[in-house]
Ligand binder design. Sequence first.
Ligand code: ZN
Ligand code: ZN
Length: 170
Amino acid sequence: MFLDIHELQKHPIILDIKFPSGKFDYGEGISQTGDLAVKGIAELHVDAIRLRGSLKVEMAAPCARCLELTPFPIDQAFDLFYSPISTIAREEEVEIQTPDLEVGFYHGDGLQLEDAMREQVLLSLPMKSICRIDCAGLCPQCGQNRNAGDCGCHPMKVDQRWSPLEKFRS
Ligand SMILES: [Zn+2]
Ligand SMILES: [Zn+2]
């Protein structure tokens, strides 16, 4: 859905749209497991596009410790401003001071809603996705998921990180 500034100059655009899973490429094993539902409004503030509303989606990403695919539901409000990129090019040296606003940019005649929403979803995901706080991860020796049970491996006597130093000992 393209939000055209010429249309926004005439009237705000109501956002009520669902993007099915598979529409976006989130990269790095991250997937969208249900519809991404967006509700809100797009309006023009001088020459900036303001998007306000909420998005709801169920995402899934591999746990950083055990690699198990883990659901990450996202349900949040957004209030975003997008300035024309040309303004910035002219005022390159000017530092943008907008502590309470999230600011992005748009090129040319408007903004692709899909791009803005995909970015919001990625920003909402945890930096390090883990399936649960106490995830035991994979066994470094046999590779078994230790959440599923004890694999029976015994901790090695020598910490492997130091083994290259062994030969320097006399
Ligand atoms: Zn895990
Ligand atoms: Zn093991």
